[in-house]
Write a protein that binds this ligand. Structure first.
Ligand code: GLA
Length: 678
């Protein structure tokens, strides 16, 4: 592979991450073991085909055991051992978790939560992103690491910190308040402009001077939504600034590509990765199946498609996943035989050119001793280890796929700003959650066999046959214009309820909802009418719906379906507004899954969207990656039955030719290098 993020700005160097074939790797924490184990580790890594390992992720207390005293003996030995065995290094800067001496000397680096209380060391990531003291010590460490290894031939990639913001994204301390004020001054220029943006005339919140502004700590009532939204923006920007400072140090000593591992996942939402992605020499993501969700495997596909969106369509790296169970969910499900392989190849199908895991060898101690690893506690005479070795071989057989790109007819618009603001306090219904609405739309398309790009509301939409905007609550004027212009120029769009409600200051767009899209949709919504949990509405189309209704009247739109019962019988629930060439659909309620799928089937057909896969309950995934000379058709069969699909070419997993029909056994994956004509 040879990759870099497409939308590079910021500090990204000209250095791409280059790797022969797929990167296959893991976090490796040799400091938890003695040298006798390291020799066994590299032997087994070679057996499995592991060729990229992330080390020094949590190295700080080892390599700087006392302030300013550096000891690289162990790290030197490990790097030389890996290098001698042809295993490339994804070198952590080591700053993710400060050593106890730092927080003992400087307790002011500790993060503060929204109730104003400090969080203590003893876990990880116990530092405030705005702490000048933390930054000084961390950057001094990065300098040492970069100077020592910046030109080492084993170093393939720099891994800045680890999952920045996983625990500490939102710090409410006084240092943060000072940094927040500076950020606000740069954004607004004058205190009057800030008062205007935050709507501080409400509840006597007008600020007279910058010094009066605090972080949005917990209040007796709900907080100012403008302040909360800007605090999210600031906090994301503050950690990005920190990433850039580490990167600047690395750049002084090394030309090796730089990245950090994103958390595009269901439960973490603190960083606006649209603003981060351009700084990555290659976009990397960590993904774990979340069994608290109704359909973790479909969420994997969603996260992978969003990660590809962040990479601007370019290949990306899966930096972490679990070989089996994790340890941080209430119930940590093991993976069934074959599931890890299907998960891995689902990431590959959706654009990953590297598959890595947390972690190499299962820990014996510490918080993560019950987290799975490539080498489990039980050793190598295990189903799991044999699957690890087999996956390495499979990735080897797929090497020619690297560098190819996924093609999609459909885009879903995804916005961290809508997530932050739409899920805020004091909204019409606490049961309407951004990610639920996002997953509902994605799942419907996924089950229809349609490949989806997930893109920013600012993205160029002109290449798509259909654009879906689920619960896109907050849109800037430019974003509204982007979607409106797409429809006006012949595009097909589906917009769902609680979209286009506010501007980028979280200020309501007046004249009837959804202010940003009212004209293009040809409707006016006079009033929201949320439902109590469990209330199911009937529509005259036969569909059922929950959560939400609206007093909606059509202006130029036609009515597709109306409520039969509930608070608004006879009122339109689904509308369609035809334009020259294009159509704007609106859904004013939360359709039950089957009904949303039925509607999207109709819309996709009208928009002439190609569904690559058969319709299934997400059990069969079909995705195509296009290379310069060939295309590759991935078929992932999660189901209990063999399936047969049309394809012609050469199947790379089994190394067999395929003539018109490929049989994909139950729970297996097939990847067909397609004949040019097909
Ligand atoms: C994250 C971290 C890893 C590890 C895993 C466990 O992804 O980056 O250090 O804690 O979670 O799932």
């Amino acid at each position: 592979m040879n990759s870099r993020a497409a939308t590079s700005d910021g500090t990204a160097s000209a250095t791409p991450f280059v790797h022969e074939g797929f990167a296959y790797g893991c976090d490796y924490n040799p400091e938890q073991w003695g040298p006798e184990v390291w020799a066994d580790d590299v032997r087994l890594m070679r057996e499995a085909g592991v060729d990229l390992v992330a080390i020094n992720i949590f190295g700080w207390s080892h390599i700087e055991p006392r302030p300013g005293e550096y000891d690289f003996t162990t790290l030197d030995t490990v790097i030389e051992l890996l290098h001698a065995n042809g295993i490339r290094v994804n070198l952590g800067t080591g700053t993710s978790s400060p050593p106890p001496w730092l927080s003992t000397l400087h307790p002011e680096i500790l993060p503060v939560t929204d109730d104003g209380t400090s969080r203590f060391p003893g876990g990880r990531q116990a530092w405030c992103p705005s702490s000048a003291v933390f930054r000084e010590h961390a950057l001094a460490l990065v300098e040492q690491v970069a100077m020592r290894y910046g030109h080492h031939p084993a170093i393939a990639l720099w891994h800045v910190s680890n999952e920045l913001g996983c625990h500490n994204a939102l710090c409410y301390c006084d240092d943060t308040a000072a940094a927040f004020r500076l950020w606000l001054q740069a954004r607004y220029g004058t205190i009057e402009a800030l008062n205007e943006a935050w709507g501080t005339s409400f509840w006597s919140q007008r600020y007279g001077q910058w010094a009066e502004i605090l972080t949005p700590r917990r209040t007796l009532s709900s907080r100012n939504p403008g302040q909360v939204l800007d605090f999210h923006r600031f906090s994301s920007a503050e950690l990005l600034d920190y990433f850039r400072r580490e990167t600047a140090v690395l750049r002084r000593h090394s030309t090796v590509a730089v990245t950090t591992n994103f958390m595009v996942t269901a439960h973490i939402r603190n960083l606006d990765y649209w603003s981060w992605a351009g700084d990555m020499d290659i976009v990397a993501n960590d993904h774990y199946l979340d069994h608290r969700l109704a359909d973790p495997t479909t969420e994997l596909a969603f996260a992978a498609d969003l990660t590809r969106g962040l990479a601007g369509g370019a290949p990306w790296l899966l930096m972490e996943q679990a070989a089996g169970a994790v340890n941080w969910q209430p119930h940590n499900l093991a993976k069934a035989p074959g599931e890890m392989t299907r998960n891995s190849l689902a990431h590959v199908a959706r654009g990953a050119d590297g598959i890595c895991f947390f972690q190499w060898r299962a820990s014996l101690q510490g918080s993560e001793k019950f987290h799975s690893a490539l080498v489990p506690h039980a050793g190598t005479d295990t189903v799991l280890w044999r699957e690890v070795v087999a996956l390495g071989a499979t990735l080897g057989r797929l090497a020619e796929v690297t560098g190819s790109r996924v093609v999609a007819d459909v885009a879903i618009l995804f916005s961290w700003e809508s997530w932050w603001s739409g899920d805020g306090e004091s909204r019409p219904s606490q049961s309407v959650r951004y990610l639920d609405q996002m997953h509902a739309a994605y799942t419907a398309l996924h089950e229809l066999g349609v490949t989806v790009d997930i893109v920013s509301p600012d993205a160029d939409l002109s290449g798509y046959r259909l654009v879906v905007a689920p619960a896109l609550y907050l849109v800037s004027d430019a974003q509204a214009e982007n979607l409106n212009a797409y429809v006006a120029s012949g595009g097909h769009a589906l917009i769902t309820f609680f979209s286009g409600i506010v501007d980028e200051d979280d200020r309501v767009r007046t004249g009837g909802y959804p202010g940003a899209f009212r004209e293009i949709l040809g409707i006016t919504v006079e009033e929201f009418s949320p439902l109590l949990p469990g209330h199911v509405l009937a529509l005259d189309s036969g569909a059922a719906a929950t959560l939400w209704a609206e007093r909606l009247r059509v202006d130029t739109a036609e009515v597709v379906a109306s409520y039969v019962d509930g608070p608004l019988p006879g009122v339109p629930a689904v509308t369609r507004n035809r334009h020259v060439g294009g159509t704007a659909w609106y859904v004013a309620t939360a359709l039950e899954a089957g009904a949303l799928r039925d509607l999207l089937r109709t819309i996709a057909q009208e928009a002439r969207v190609t569904a690559l896969g058969p319709e299934s309950a997400g059990t069969i995934e079909v995705v195509r990656r296009m290379g310069t000379t060939h295309s590759y058709l991935f078929i992932i069969n999660h189901g209990p039955d063999d399936v047969e699909l049309a394809a012609s070419g050469h199947e790379l997993v089994t190394d067999e030719s395929v003539d018109r029909i490929v049989r994909v056994p139950a729970r297996a994956v097939r990847v067909i290098r397609e004949d040019p004509a097909s």
